[in-house]
Each structure stands twice: as C-alpha cells, then as structure tokens.
Design a protein around this ligand. Structure first.
Ligand code: DAH
Length: 339
C-alpha cells in the first residue's frame, strides 16, 4: 500500500507539472482526489490492514493528499496569472502606432459646379425646387405648348413608361408644376436629371443634367431676363465674361433666345475650342409664352415672366477642360480624384 501511495504522489506530481490549462487541471483533481479517484480507491482498502499499520498508512495517505492539494493550488495560481499575462499582451493598445488611412470621398465635378450655380441664384433671391424625373407627357410637353404633333418634340425623343408617362426630357416641366401651384411672384431654379434616347458618345448621353430657371411677376420684361443672366454668367465665369443673345425658337417662350458667351480662349476670333465660332452656346431662354401662363392658371394680362434652361455637363466640361462626357458616369477614381 505504501508503494501504491508513493506511486500516486509521483504520478500526480508528473502529470500536474505538464498540465497547461485549467480544464485539464480540474480533470486531474478528479482523477487523483475525487470520490472515485485513485487516492480514495486506496483508502477503501485500509480496512484490510493490521491495526498497527492502519494509522501509519492513514498518515501517509493524508500527506499524499496534502501534497497533491498544494501542487494543485500552486498550479492553479500559475495558470491564472499566465492567462492574465496572455490577455494583457493580446489587448495591449499601442498609442504610438500610426492610424489607418481613412479614404475621404469628394463631390463629383457635376455636383461641384451644380452647387456653385445654385449658390449664385440663391444669392439673387431664387428658391431651389425639384420635380419628378418620371413625368407626365402633359407637364413635359403639353402644358409647355408642345402638343402631341409638335415638330419640336422630335429633338426630344425619350423613354416612355406608357403613352402618358415618360422620363422627362427637360427640367422645364417643373416650371409648369410650380406655376400651377403658386401664384406670382415666382423666382425659382430647378436642377436635376433629364433623359433622351440618344446613343452614348463623347458629347451625348441618355442621362444628363439641366438647370431650369423661372421668374414670374408683374412687369417682368426682357431687360430683367438679360440683366439676370448676364450677372449669372459673370459670377460663373468672371467679370470680364461677355455674353450675347441670339434669336431662337422654343415653344414655351416668346420671344426666345440663346445666350452665348464669348470664347475665353480666342476672345471671339474663332479657335478650336469654340469650333471657329468665337462664341460658345450656354443656354436657352425667353419670355414665358402667354399660352403657357394661361395653361398653368396664371393670368397673362396681369403677369409676365422669363425662363431659361441650361445643360450642366457642357458647363462642367468647359470649366475643367474635359473632352469626353462619358467620364462623368464611369466612376473611375483616377478621374474623380482630380477635382
Ligand atoms: N428646355 C429647353 C431644352 O431642353 C431649354 C430651355 C429653353 C428652357 C428655353 C427654358 C427656356 O426654360 O426658356 O432644350
């Protein structure tokens, strides 16, 4: 029995020395000291010993138990502090480490210039309003004096949802929506996306952006139109910008004009940039056709107004010397990062 106890003491010491985690430690405790453990097994045989041997073996058994318990406790403390050490090392925060780079996005060039244009008009007392991109034929064409058979519809072929609903070809329908809902004075611009079924190339896209303008009040004349748009162009391009108004036709304005700016590059001489013209077309404008005022419930005998509409892409292309419109819509960061 003495040998058996010594064996347990040695086996326990050896196994505990190798033990590496608390789960294993617990199973060793059960193995050696548990109710069905090895030491208990030996003690059960005490009854078979002689009366002289019994106390000696009892004492030895207690010593073995005490020494295993002590080793267990020691081991448990060691494991706990090793675990803590590991956690501390894993969770250590190195405040001197350089931070990870955060990639900041930036406004799209179309947004940059759109915001600039909005600011200019806000500064002149205009409100910014928006309208739906999926629009009724009625607002997009009919109320603007472009009935179903009107030839000017040919240049604005678009995507139809059904025969009455389409993707708007221009921001002009917002004029009709605003006039229908508000009595003058009206002073608004309306930026947004418009659609035409054009094939994509360097200067065409089925989706592009326009900015519409509308002013309606008592006594508005062509002089207001010219003054307002000239101030706008000078704010956009600089005080030395020169503009001219050239007669044109739009169904919803009468009279109508196109506004050109003198080519900044050749100052009217004619060069590659302005295709030899000396002038660059910027926008369409005119006095709101009395028929349109009437269609929208505004009395043309009392009120008059002017309107204008411009394409955003061309303005931005000229501003940044961009020669292909497709770049705006490809989302290539090598392009977008430049602005
Ligand atoms: N909507 C016209 C277009 O897309 C542009 C335009 C011309 C708008 C004259 C106007 C205007 O408001 O008065 O070609």
């Amino acid at each position: 029995m003495k040998d058996a106890l010594e064996k347990i003491r040695q086996a326990a010491a050896a196994e505990l020395a190798k033990c590496a985690d608390s789960k294993e430690l617990e199973s060793l405790r059960v193995k050696f000291l548990g109710k069905k453990g090895e030491l208990t097994g030996i003690l059960k045989q005490m009854g078979g010993l002689s009366p002289e041997e019994r106390p000696r073996m009892g004492q030895l058994a207690n010593e073995v138990r005490a020494s295993i318990e002590a080793t267990l406790a020691e081991k448990q403390t060691a494991l706990k502090s090793a675990l803590l050490e590991r956690q501390l090392r894993a969770e250590r925060l190195d405040v001197t480490m350089p931070g990870g780079e955060i990639r900041m996005g930036k406004p799209h060039p179309l947004t940059l210039v759109m915001d600039e244009i909005k600011e200019i008009f806000l500064g002149m007392g205009f409100d910014v309003v928006t309208g739906p991109e999926v629009e009724y034929d009625r607002y997009n064409f009919e109320m603007l004096n472009m009935p179903k058979d009107h030839p000017s519809r040919d240049t604005q072929d678009t995507f139809y949802i059904d025969s009455n609903i389409l993707l708007r070809t221009q921001t002009s329908p917002v004029q009709a929506r605003v006039m229908e809902q508000t009595q003058p004075p009206i002073r608004v611009i309306s930026p947004g996306r418009v659609y035409r079924s054009d094939a994509i190339d360097a200067t065409h896209s089925p989706l592009f952006h326009q900015i519409e303008g509308l002013v309606v009040d008592k006594g508005i004349t062509m002089a207001d139109l010219k003054g307002t748009l000239e101030v706008f162009v000078k704010r956009l391009y600089g005080e030395d910008a020169v503009v001219r108004f050239r007669p044109h036709h739009f169904a919803f304005t009468e009279p109508s004009a196109e506004l050109d700016t003198m080519c900044f590059h050749c100052h009217g001489e004619g060069c590659r940039l302005c295709k030899g013209e000396g002038w660059i077309e910027l926008l369409g404008c005119g006095m709101v056709n009395p028929k349109v005022l009437k269609n929208c419930g505004i009395d043309p005998e009392v009120y008059s107004g002017f309107a204008f509409g411009m394409g955003l892409e061309r303005v931005v292309m000229r501003r940044f010397n961009i020669d292909d419109l497709r770049l705006f819509f490809e989302n290539d960061l090598r392009f977008l990062d430049q602005f």
